[in-house]
Design a protein around this ligand. Structure first.
Ligand SMILES: Nc1ncnc2c1ncn2[C@@H]1O[C@H](COP(=O)(O)OP(=O)(O)O)[C@@H](O)[C@H]1O
Ligand SMILES: [Mg+2]
Length: 234
């Protein structure tokens, strides 16, 4: 496999109840790259993130990180190697404060992240002593991202962070993701919002029923009739 890629998927398959929901998925990701993962509901985007982060085992294929095969490692081992993710529905410890949530994540990651910097970066410094359950949706999403950052990821998988955010909040998130990429973190961003994707992605991978329909720039995707019919048309 090529040496400059940080993450490599080859022939990845996932079946649920005998039905393939991810089929022959293959792509590479370099440090600092932002890949948009797009496709209709049920096309396998979240499953792909779950396979990379180790929530589910794969049924075929291989996943490599920095040249090392990782698809048989437990999720926490992948976190220690530098893969982490945020969730489509944020999952903080609801009874803990923002700062406590970040502290727990830092311990899970086993590193020494700068927690002040993380709070600052996600815009939660003023909320640090608030209980997670009392946060707005936007702040819960930022906390979810902060928890992932506290494990010092090389690759960050971001699942529909834009849903439910207003345009101003979206701009702040886009700036943040671009800053992370500038720090050489590789990102996979699952998103439906094309304007948002257009601003931050280098490349998009379009999934349809678990298969790659298209890979290229968003502009190229928008000019592809098959992609438009399957996804971008609506
Ligand atoms: N744990 C699971 N058990 C059974 N089926 C699942 C499970 N997770 C996802 N699926 C199915 O896999 C398909 C892809 O789902 P998902 O990856 O969540 O799609 P997306 O994130 O693109 O909307 C869907 O048909 C979904 O119902
Ligand atoms: Mg999903």
């Amino acid at each position: 496999m090529s040496s400059e890629a940080l993450l490599e998927l080859a022939g990845v398959v996932k079946r649920f109840h005998g039905l393939a929901v991810v089929q022959d998925l293959a792509f590479n990701l370099k440090p600092g790259e932002i890949l948009g993962l797009v496709g209709p509901n049920g096309s396998g985007k979240t499953t792909a993130i779950n396979l990379i982060s180790g929530v589910y085992p794969i049924d075929a294929g291989e996943i490599h990180l920095g040249g090392r095969r990782i698809d048989q490692l437990a999720a926490f081992r992948r976190v220690h190697l530098g893969i982490n993710r945020s969730f489509q529905v944020p999952k903080p410890f609801r009874g803990m404060t923002v700062a406590e949530n970040i502290l727990v994540a830092a311990e899970y990651g086993g590193g020494q992240p700068d927690q002040e910097q993380i709070l600052e970066e996600v815009g939660l410094t003023a909320e640090r002593h608030r209980v997670a359950s009392s946060l707005t949706v936007n702040h819960q999403k930022m906390l979810d991202l902060a928890r992932a950052l506290a494990t010092e990821p090389k690759i960050l998988l971001v699942d529909e962070i834009g849903a439910g955010l207003n345009p101003a909040e979206l701009n702040v998130v886009a700036d943040l993701l671009l800053r992370l990429a500038n720090r050489n973190i590789a990102l996979i961003v699952v998103e439906h919002l094309l304007k948002f994707l257009n601003r931050i992605t280098d490349r998009v991978l379009v999934l349809s029923a678990g298969r790659r329909l298209f890979e290229g720039t968003l502009a190229e995707a928008s000019a592809d009739p098959e992609v438009v019919a399957a996804f971008l048309g609506g």
